[in-house]
Design a binder for this molecule. Structure first.
Ligand code: NAD
Ligand code: UD1
Length: 343
């Protein structure tokens, strides 16, 4: 029996493969390599000392999916595959809805055909829009004030999963709402490899530190936060990966589930942009030049999780602090200045 990992060659997927291996679970990666290369899987193999089973394919292609489910005995699915660039989603909404929403529908249909009804879905704190209270709890309303098609695609998929669950309680579904994953495996062999100029804060900081970019632009210093810059709940990608193993263990214990289990995956602690820069400078010993500019459209001031449900339901807690996140991001960046392209 194996776990199907869609999008397993990507940033979070590749780290999850290691955690699955450590838990003694077999995995099969299914990825169309639209935002990844096979190099990440080679590196994972190097870390665990075992080849990764890989099938190249698209989640929107039912024939390919049927072949996959016929060739492997799939016990459950961790569904990472999707497009995730917020600004691009505003430019190409149909591509995002097709890839993320239609892709997930096709996957669920084929899972149903093969009576494989356990799935863990990668959602995002973005589904909460701009909550007026912190920390964010899972029962807070979702779907309002989402500023882009990427975020709306996550919200739509969550709603589809809830409806599916209602229609048939033999579906066992966990929705994980990720906060801000950063960091890398401590070997420095795998990490986040964004295309072009990064949109997200940590890869941008690392590329400034390594000298590929001149300075960081800090988007706004007039938010109602500790120092005026945006506050986020950063979480080490290895901790996040581990939450998937815990979610699988939870699913294995359930016989029927009347509704999906929805869980925040964050540390429950917010850090401002300037605090993250300072933590990075401290562990790397490298100065990160920055300039304050105007706010970025669509940004919220503060976002951090109430992480107590993850502890209660999944027995999961984050182990790594902000300094470890910075140290591991920096280690990956130093060893791979051009990401996976270097080798
Ligand atoms: P990633 O882009 O590194 O990984 C996604 C993988 O999916 C890539 O390897 C890509 O090639 C593959 N893929 C995309 N479309 C596909 C398709 N149609 N068929 C098959 N494979 C396809 O992204 P990530 O950071 O690892 O994120 C994984 C998941 O977590 C995504 O669904 C993302 O939206 C979600 N998420 C990420 C973050 C974050 O900050 N990284 C935050 C919240 C949620
Ligand atoms: C963004 C997305 C979110 C997505 C997540 C992971 C938006 C509005 N939200 O979250 O939907 O799930 O990425 O892909 O894009 N910052 C700077 N300078 C930079 C980059 C970022 O100051 O060059 C600031 C931002 O204003 C924010 C913080 O750093 O306060 C974190 O930004 P980022 O890493 O992009 O994550 P989010 O905006 O939380």
């Amino acid at each position: 029996m194996a776990i199907l990992v869609t999008g397993g060659a990507g940033y979070i997927g590749s780290h999850t493969l290691i955690e699955l291996y450590k838990a003694g679970l077999e995995s099969v990666v299914y990825d169309n390599l639209s935002n990844a290369s096979k190099e990440s899987l080679k590196r994972v193999a190097q870390i665990i000392g075992q080849e990764i089973t890989f099938v190249e394919g698209d989640i929107r292609n039912k024939e390919q999916l049927r072949e996959l489910f016929s060739n492997y005995s799939i016990d459950g699915v961790i569904h990472f595959a999707g497009l995730k660039a917020v600004a691009e989603s505003v430019q190409k909404p149909l591509e995002y809805y097709d890839n993320n929403v239609v892709g997930t529908l096709r996957l669920l249909e084929v899972m149903g055909e093969f009576d494989c009804k356990s799935i863990i879905f990668s959602s995002s704190a973005t589904v909460y829009g701009e909550p007026n209270k912190m920390p964010i709890r899972e029962e807070f309303p979702t779907g309002n004030g989402i500023t882009n098609p990427y975020g709306r695609s996550k919200y739509m998929i969550e709603e589809i999963l809830k409806d599916l669950s209602k229609s048939d309680s033999s579906w066992k579904i966990v929705i994980l709402r990720y906060f801000n994953p950063i960091g890398a495996h401590e070997s420095g062999l795998i990490g986040e490899d964004p295309n072009g100029i990064p949109n997200n804060l940590m890869p941008y900081i690392s590329q400034v530190a390594i000298g590929k970019l001149n300075e960081l632009q800090v988007f706004g210093d007039d938010y109602p936060t500790v120092d005026g810059t945006g506050v986020r709940d950063y979480i080490h990608v290895v901790d996040l990966a581990n939450a998937h193993v815990k979610a699988l263990e939870y699913l294995q214990k359930q016989t029927v589930m009347p509704e999906p289990l929805i869980v925040n995956v964050g540390r429950g602690q917010g850090y401002s942009v300037l605090e993250l820069i300072r933590a990075f400078e401290k562990v790397s010993g490298v100065k990160v030049p920055y300039r304050i500019v105007g706010r970025r459209e669509g940004d919220v001031a503060i976002s951090y999780a109430d992480a107590t449900l993850a502890k209660k339901k999944l027995d999961w807690v984050a182990r790594y602090d902000i300094e470890k996140m910075c140290a591991d991001s920096w280690n990956w960046q130093k060893k791979n200045p051009n990401g996976y392209e270097t080798s």
